[in-house]
Design a protein around this ligand. Structure first.
Ligand code: URA
Length: 305
């Protein structure tokens, strides 16, 4: 197809729009066509659980934008694009962008997570789950990489761009450093289980909100239960806060053992520094190294029991 001619004015307008998107944290294109979530208000992930099942529309192809109302320009269009099929909506859906009450979504998440008897089932449940608004702007679900029954489970903050493209946690630069850190204590993807406190990439790599963490939490707890690790390691402040309730900064919290109770079982947990932080601040590596040695000792002690 011959690309349409664009004049100087259009080009300048597009450059301004791209610069604004970049400023807003848009750093990748996920699909050829945009998804107009404003015209599809009742299919917005995160809102599904405020609807009764019978209220959701049957599966049909992507809805056309609402016929009425002022014509929209590219700048009006939301940037979210997704490739997976979504429930279709009626075109007279209200033009607003509501989000699910986090409690309702978390309750629904708890019910859904409980049904999963294996990690494969948990993945299936997560794929079908529309209660987390992050799903609207992410390309992929990033569930875990590594061993399903690992003795060490590692929990980071949230998938980034590389992870979103690959559909796996910690595959970018921070992931490469994490792999090197693990190798230093004789571990690899073959014997650890790596995940995050949220399963979809937050737009622009922002920190996940407490609501997003709350909605994903039942799945993470179920995941911990199904993996059954001897030791947990959290990476960075947001993961330590989200999983272990640690306040007051990771620098103070790191290196001290905590405990998390999941389904009646107590699991020792070590908060440490995030590899992305260590890439920016290599001097912190010696602190992370101490934490890794403590984890290695703990794993050896647990094996001896
Ligand atoms: N940072 C995280 O916290 N998690 C990832 O998966 C990648 C980078």
């Amino acid at each position: 197809m011959v690309p349409p001619m664009i004049d100087e004015e259009d080009r300048a307008g597009m450059a301004t729009l791209l610069a604004w998107w970049r400023e807003m944290g848009v750093d990748g294109v996920l699909d050829d066509a945009g998804n107009d979530w404003l015209a599809r208000a009742d299919a917005v992930p995160g809102q599904a659980f405020s609807l009764q099942k019978s209220e959701t529309a049957p599966e049909t192809p992507r809805a056309a934008p609402a016929a009425s109302g002022p014509a929209r320009t590219a700048a009006d269009r939301p940037i979210a694009t997704v490739t997976s099929p979504r429930p279709a909506v009626t075109t007279d859906a209200p033009r607003r962008f509501p989000t699910a009450p986090p409690d309702a979504a978390a309750l629904s998440a708890r019910q859904a997570a409980r049904q999963a008897k294996t990690l494969d089932e948990l993945r299936t449940v997560l794929e079908a789950f529309d209660g987390c608004a992050l799903k609207a702007t992410a390309k992929s679900l990033c569930f875990f990489r590594g061993r399903p029954d690992a003795r060490l489970m590692i929990v980071g903050e949230a998938p980034g761009r590389e992870e979103d493209l690959a559909g796996k946690p910690f595959v970018g630069r921070a992931g490469l450093l994490l792999d090197k850190m693990l190798a230093a204590i004789g571990l690899s993807e073959d014997n650890v289980h790596i995940t995050n406190v949220v399963y979809w990439r937050p737009p622009g790599n922002r920190t996940p909100t407490p609501q997003e963490v709350q909605v994903c939490r039942p799945f993470l707890e179920r995941q911990i239960e199904l993996v059954g690790p001897d030791v947990l390691m959290t990476l960075g402040g947001p993961a330590a806060t989200a999983l272990l309730g640690i306040e007051g900064g990771i620098m103070r919290a790191r290196g001290r053992w905590r405990e998390i109770e999941v389904a009646g079982r107590k699991v020792p947990a070590m908060p440490t520094l995030h590899p992305a932080y260590l890439l920016r601040t290599p001097i912190g590596k010696r602190l992370a190294w101490r934490d890794l040695l403590a984890i290695q000792d703990r794993l050896l002690a647990a094996r001896g029991k």
